[in-house]
Design a protein around this ligand. Structure first.
Ligand code: CTP
Ligand code: MG
Length: 231
C-alpha cells in the first residue's frame, strides 16, 4: 500500500506565546518540526511526506535541506484551522504525487514520534477498513466542574483515552469525512481527524501510543519533549 504522511504546520502557537510559531522553536537542537519531518522522511514504509505551512511562512525553506526535499514536499496552503490545513493538504498532495491508499496526519508539535511508534500504528491498521490513531489510556482521576469551579462529579476514566497523532485513515475516507464536516458547518467542532470519521458513524481503532509523543502546547511542554528526545 502507498502511504503518505501529512504534517499540518500552519499554526501560530498562540498558547506557547513565543516570538515565532512553536513548530520552529528549537527542541533538542533542532526546530520542532524538523524532528517529525526527519522521522517520516527516513521511514521505509512512508512513500512521501507533505508539510502544510501558511502562505507567508518564512522559515520552512531554511529547514528543508536538499536531501530532505527528495522525500518531502512543502504545500503553502495552510488554513484558518488545523482541519482546513489538513483538508487543503489532502487536496494538494494528490495533485502533486497522485493517489495514496493511506494518509498519516501528524502534528508538527509532536517531535517525540519515532519509527517504532509509526510501525506499531501501521501494523495494527494494516487490514483495517477505517483506520485509527495513537492514543493513551487516561491515568488521572477526572472531575467535572460546576459553574463555580467546584468538583461536582468524578468521571469514571475506564474506557477513556487521550488522542495523539499520527491518525491514519484511508485517503478517500478522510477527505470525504472532512469535506462533509465542513459542509455541515461542523468543522469548528473538530479538533482531530478521528472526530470527522466518527461523525460518519465509523469507529477509528485506538492503538497505544507513548508519553514521549506528547504535544508541545505550553512553554513547559518543550522541556519535557527535550527530555524524551535526549533520553
Ligand atoms: N495547525 C495548522 N493550521 C492551523 C492551526 C494549527 O496546520 N490553522 C497545526 C499546528 O501547526 C500544529 C497542529 O496543527 O502542528 C496542532 O495544533 P496546535 O497544537 O493547536 O498548534 P497551534 O494552533 O499553532 O497552537 P495554538 O492553538 O496554541 O495557537
Ligand atoms: Mg491550535
Amino acid at each position: 500500500p502507498r502511504r503518505f504522511a501529512l504534517i499540518p504546520a500552519a499554526g501560530v502557537g498562540a498558547r506557547m506565546g513565543a516570538r515565532i510559531p512553536k513548530q520552529y522553536m528549537a527542541v533538542a537542537g533542532k526546530p520542532m518540526l524538523h524532528h517529525a519531518l526527519e522521522t517520516f522522511a527516513a521511514h521505509p514504509r512512508i512513500a512521501h511526506t507533505f508539510v502544510v505551512v501558511s502562505a507567508g511562512d518564512g522559515w520552512i525553506d531554511e529547514l528543508l535541506t536538499p536531501e530532505l526535499a527528495q522525500r518531502a514536499t512543502v504545500l503553502r496552503v495552510g488554513g484558518a484551522t488545523r482541519q482546513e490545513s489538513v483538508f487543503n493538504g489532502l487536496v494538494e498532495m494528490r495533485a502533486a504525487a497522485g493517489d495514496a491508499d493511506w494518509v498519516l496526519v501528524h502534528d508538527a508539535a509532536r517531535p517525540g514520534l519515532d519509527a517504532e511508534l509509526i510501525d506499531r500504528l501501521l501494523d495494527a491498521l494494516a487490514d483495517d477498513e477505517v483506520g485509527g490513531l495513537l492514543a493513551l489510556p487516561v491515568v488521572d482521576t477526572l472531575k467535572r466542574a460546576s459553574a463555580e469551579g467546584r468538583s461536582e462529579q468524578t468521571v469514571p476514566r475506564a474506557g477513556l483515552w487521550a488522542a495523539q497523532t499520527p491518525q491514519m485513515f484511508r485517503y478517500a475516507l478522510l477527505r470525504r469525512a472532512l469535506n462533509e464536516a465542513a459542509e455541515q458547518g461542523r468543522i469548528g467542532a473538530i479538533t482531530d481527524d478521528a472526530s470527522a470519521i466518527e461523525m460518519l458513524g465509523l469507529l477509528p481503532k485506538l492503538v497505544e501510543g507513548s508519553p514521549r509523543n506528547l504535544k508541545v502546547t505550553l512553554a513547559q511542554d518543550a522541556a519535557l519533549a527535550e527530555f524524551f528526545l535526549k533520553g
